[in-house]
Design a protein around this ligand. Structure first.
Ligand code: SAM
Length: 192
C-alpha cells in the first residue's frame, strides 16, 4: 500500500527551523532545506495575480507565493489526497466537499497571508483538467509546475509539453507565464 510521511528531523536549517522531509513510498519528494528555499525564492518573485501551482508537496511554494505582493489568489492541483491530508492542515486550510462552483471539485480551502488558496485533489495530467478548472476559476497569470523528481527523466519533458499544451487556454494570453521547477533542465531534454 502506498505510504506518505511527513518527518520532522532533529536537524536544524540555517534559520533554526527544523529540517522536514516529505516521503512518498519511502522516496524523498521534498525537503525544506535552505537550498530548496533559496531556489523557490529565485522563481516565485515572478508570481502575480491569479496563480496555479501543480504539486503541493510540503507547501513551500504556496507559502512563498502567498507572500508576494502582486499575488491575489492561488489554486493548487495535487494528485494525492494523502499528501493534502497531511500538509493542508499545516497551512491552515480546511477540507470542503465543494470548492469552486459548477463541477463541485472537492478540496481544501482557506487563506494564507490573506490570499485565497484552493487546493483541488486532481491530476494536472488529466485531459479534462482544463474543463474542470475553466468553470471553477478565472484565467491564470502565473503557473508553476512542480510535479517531478527528475528533470532529465525521459517522461518529464513529454509531460511538461502535454501540460503546457493542455492548459494554454486557461493562461492569460497577454501576461500569463508558465514556469516550472528546473525548467531549463527540463527543456534541455533527457540526459543533458
Ligand atoms: C516535489 S513535490 C512539490 C513540492 C512543492 N511545490 C512544495 O512547495 O513543497 C511534487 C508533488 O507533486 C505531486 N504530483 C505528482 N504528480 C502529480 C500530478 N500528475 N498532478 C498533480 N500533482 C502531482 C506529488 O504528489 C507531490 O506532492
Amino acid at each position: 500500500m502506498s505510504k506518505v510521511e511527513l518527518q520532522t528531523t532533529p536537524i536544524k536549517n540555517e534559520d533554526g527551523s527544523p529540517y522536514i522531509v516529505l516521503t512518498i513510498d519511502d522516496e524523498i519528494w521534498m525537503t525544506n532545506n535552505d537550498e530548496e528555499k533559496e531556489y523557490i525564492k529565485s522563481v516565485v518573485w515572478k508570481a502575480k495575480w491569479n496563480c496555479l501551482i501543480a504539486g503541493l508537496g510540503l507547501g513551500l511554494v504556496v507559502r512563498e507565493c502567498a507572500k508576494q505582493k502582486n499575488v491575489d489568489r492561488i489554486v493548487i492541483i495535487e494528485s494525492r489526497p494523502d499528501v493534502c491530508d497531511l500538509v493542508c492542515p499545516t497551512l491552515g486550510l480546511k477540507y470542503s466537499e465543494g470548492i469552486g462552483c459548477a463541477l463541485n471539485m472537492k478540496g481544501w480551502t482557506g487563506k494564507i497571508n490573506g490570499k485565497v488558496v484552493n487546493v483541488y485533489v486532481d491530476d494536472i495530467l488529466d485531459e479534462n483538467i482544463v474543463e474542470k478548472l475553466y468553470v471553477n476559476e478565472p484565467r491564470f497569470d502565473w503557473v508553476y509546475l512542480d510535479i517531478w523528481m527528475e528533470p532529465d527523466d525521459p517522461n518529464t519533458l513529454d509531460e511538461y509539453n502535454t501540460i503546457c499544451k493542455n492548459i494554454k487556454k486557461i493562461v492569460d494570453p497577454l501576461v500569463g507565464e508558465i514556469d516550472a521547477w528546473q525548467k531549463k533542465k527540463i527543456l534541455a531534454g533527457p540526459g543533458v
